[in-house]
Design a binder for this molecule. Structure first.
Ligand code: ZN
Length: 245
């Protein structure tokens, strides 16, 4: 474990890397997904979904090299179990705890990747951040984004096709994933409430990265908080929870 992470308060200020969909939005991935390695033999034609899956696998392979403090890893795993225990059905989600600055994302729809520095946060904040990621997985957000990409890039991925749709793809993907963020927040708030935590934990969790404005992948923190305040204390019901209140 690096000496810097879990007990280091400034680590909380580390900018949340909005990595979750970033590499998938028009531009980065589409310019590198099949152009990379021009010296290699011509790659087999791929669909956009295959490109997305390959990109996620590459990221996961990189993460798999990390070594973290087993105590931090165990704490985060126990938090995740508490969340799973609130659900009527155990979701198909795997956890990977990695080294490095604060970071949480869901890859390929079911791989939850979080940094060990999450262990330094108070319990309610940890649970909100994890439950938010569980929400992305349970609600099938990866699949929805894949559907959007497939609709705009229906056949083989070729630069002339992707260049033509890139602006529309960027706009639509950004709208979609902003909606995903609000939905995952609402899901996480529901879990938090079922575990006995209040809006103070939510606010603190959203402030782990203070003052974050709109990005292509995430609405501004103040918008996310305003949405959750609108949901309030009494409006949420879900059959997905064991004991919806
Ligand atoms: Zn999210």
């Amino acid at each position: 474990m690096r000496p810097s992470a879990p007990t280091d308060r400034p680590a909380r200020r580390t900018r949340l890397r909005a990595v979750w969909w970033q590499a998938l939005l028009a531009g980065a991935l589409l310019s590198t997904g099949w152009n990379a390695g021009a010296a290699d033999p011509a790659p087999a034609p791929e669909t956009i979904r295959q490109v997305l899956d390959r990109s996620a696998r590459t990221r996961l392979d990189g993460y798999a090299q990390h070594q973290v403090d087993p105590a931090h890893s165990a704490l985060i795993r126990a938090d995740l179990e508490r969340i799973f225990n609130q659900l009527a059905h155990r979701p198909d989600i795997e956890l990977l705890v990695v080294d490095g600055p604060f970071h949480a994302e869901t890859l390929a729809g079911r791989m939850l990747v979080v940094s060990a520095s999450l262990a330094a946060l108070p319990e309610g904040e940890r649970l909100f951040i994890l439950a938010h990621e569980v929400g992305h997985a349970v609600m099938g957000h990866w699949g929805e984004l894949g559907d959007l990409y497939t609709r705009l890039i229906p056949g083989e991925v070729r630069p002339e096709v992707t260049d033509a749709v890139a602006p529309q793809l960027g706009r639509e993907a950004s709208n979609l994933v902003h909606g995903h963020e609000y939905a995952a927040d609402a899901y996480a708030w529901q879990i938090l409430r079922s575990l006995g935590y209040g809006m103070d934990s939510v606010m603190a969790a959203l402030q782990v990265v203070p003052g974050m404005g709109d990005t292509p992948t995430h609405p501004a923190t103040r918008k996310r908080y305003a949405r959750l305040r609108m949901l309030g204390e009494n409006d949420l019901r879900s059959a997905a929870l064991k004991n919806p209140d």
